[in-house]
Design a protein around this ligand. Structure first.
Ligand code: C5P
Length: 224
């Protein structure tokens, strides 16, 4: 492992979408590219951390120098996160599907004269919420993301309370911003110190600034 402020620290990053199968050839997914999570993992590695990177099927390749676990579903992501603990900090950048299909078929569903299949859904585990509330083995610093389209600070602050995480990186993903799927991000960091608005910058720059801020927080925790 390299030098850097995070040398000897183990961090977890989740990234990408999840795919929830309907049958062996069909699934439900979302438009997450995995770009922001991948950039966060890369930035942590550049600061010398041991990085466990748990990724759904993303558009972008995982960075060099991290331990990659590839998953497909939310349940698999949740299990991979458990297997990665304990860590010094965890960043949940994945766009986890909220629902999965109950009783996904192990055979391809056929068009039939009986009409269309009715899909039943069940709620997926909320990984961020669960890890934030762990009684033992909770990472000392848990960071979530919040994609909002309106009242960003208010909604993200409520989300931080609900999830029980330490920080929320909130962004405005309303279509006019071009952030979803784009290369730039404009974020507001919500912590118990309030809301800190960062200027619009590349997703790589957001990741570097976030990784550096996490490094500073871990170092000051260590000195407490
Ligand atoms: O509730 P919402 O999906 O808006 O919360 C977003 C945050 O929660 C992100 O950090 C995301 O990675 C995390 N999350 C999770 N497991 C879920 C849903 C969201 O870890 N099932």
């Amino acid at each position: 492992l390299g030098a850097g402020p995070l040398r000897g620290k183990r961090v977890l990053v989740t990234s990408g979408p999840t795919h929830e199968p309907i049958d062996p050839v069909r699934y439900i997914a979302n438009r997450s590219s995995g770009a922001q999570g991948t950039a966060v993992a890369r930035a942590f590695a550049a600061l010398g951390a041991e990085v466990v990177f748990v990724t759904g099927p993303a558009d972008v390749a995982p960075p060099e120098g991290v331990q990659v676990t590839r998953v497909e579903t939310a349940q698999q992501m949740s299990d991979a996160v458990d297997a990665a603990l304990p860590v010094d900090a965890a960043v949940f950048a994945a766009a986890v599907a909220d629902w999965r299909v109950v009783g996904a078929s192990d055979k391809k569903l056929k068009k039939s004269r009986d009409g269309m299949p009715a899909l039943e859904f069940a709620e997926n585990p909320d990984i961020l919420k669960r890890v934030s509330h762990l009684k033992t083995g909770r990472p000392p610093l848990v960071v979530g993301f919040a994609a909002e389209t309106d009242d960003v600070i208010e909604h993200a602050t409520a989300k931080r309370d609900r999830k029980g995480c330490d920080w929320i990186v909130a962004n405005d993903v309303s279509p006019a911003t071009g952030i979803m799927g784009g290369s730039e991000n404009a974020v507001i960091l919500i912590s118990d110190e309030g809301a800190e608005e960062w200027p619009r910058m590349g997703k790589d720059a957001v990741a570097e600034r976030l990784a550096r801020k996490i490094a500073d927080a871990l170092i000051s925790k260590q000195e407490e």
